[in-house]
Design a protein around this ligand. Structure first.
Ligand SMILES: [Cu+2]
Length: 170
C-alpha cells in the first residue's frame, strides 16, 4: 500500500504549493499558473497571440519584476518554438510606429517592475517552428545579465484584442 501513501503525500505537497503561491500572488487565480521566478527575477502573466500558418514571427508579453538589490538587464532568450529570440521596443519614428531590437537589452532596476506589452517592450520570436494556437502554452527562456536564465511558460491567447504586432515587418 505504499502507492496510496505516496499519492497522499503528493496531494499534500500540491496543496502546500498552491497555498504558498496563493499567499505570494493574491492578484487572482489568473496569475497563479503564469508565474516564474529565478535568481530574484519574477515573471508574471506571460502571453503571446495565435499566429497564422505563414506568419514566422510572434511577440510575447509579460511583467518582469526585479526583486534583487541591484539592477539587471534582460539581454535575450531562447524558445522551444522559435529559431531566434530578441528583446524589442516599439517607438515612433516620425509618424510611424516601428519596432527595433534593444542592442544593450532592457534594463530592470532594483525593485522595479517593467511591463512588456503590445505597443511597447516585447520579446520577439523569429522562425516559429509551428503556428501558435490559442490555448497552447509555449516556453521561453529569458536571459538576464546577472540572474541568468529564467524559463517562463507563455500562454497563447486568441486574436481577440487588437494587436498591431503582426503587421510589422523585419
Ligand atoms: Cu518585435
Amino acid at each position: 500500500m505504499s502507492k496510496s501513501r505516496s499519492g497522499a503525500n503528493h496531494i499534500l505537497r500540491c496543496a502546500v504549493t498552491i497555498f504558498a503561491v496563493a499567499i505570494a500572488a493574491p492578484l487572482g487565480a489568473e496569475s497563479m499558473d503564469h508565474k516564474a521566478m529565478a535568481g530574484g527575477i519574477m515573471i508574471e502573466n506571460a502571453f503571446s497571440r495565435e499566429t497564422l500558418p505563414n506568419q514566422p514571427v510572434a511577440g510575447a508579453f509579460m511583467t518582469v519584476t526585479n526583486t534583487n538589490d541591484a539592477g539587471d538587464m534582460l539581454i535575450g532568450g531562447t524558445s522551444t518554438v522559435a529559431g531566434r529570440v530578441e528583446i524589442h521596443e516599439m517607438a515612433m519614428q516620425g509618424d510611424v510606429m516601428k519596432m527595433r531590437a534593444l542592442a544593450d537589452g532592457l534594463k530592470v532596476q532594483a525593485g522595479e517592475t517593467v511591463e512588456l506589452k503590445p505597443g511597447g517592450y516585447h520579446v520577439m520570436m523569429f522562425d516559429l517552428n509551428h503556428a501558435l494556437k490559442e490555448g497552447e502554452t509555449i516556453e521561453i527562456t529569458l536571459k538576464f545579465a546577472k540572474a541568468g536564465d529564467v524559463t517562463v511558460p507563455v500562454v497563447v491567447h486568441g486574436k481577440t484584442a487588437q494587436s498591431s504586432h503582426g503587421a510589422h515587418k523585419h
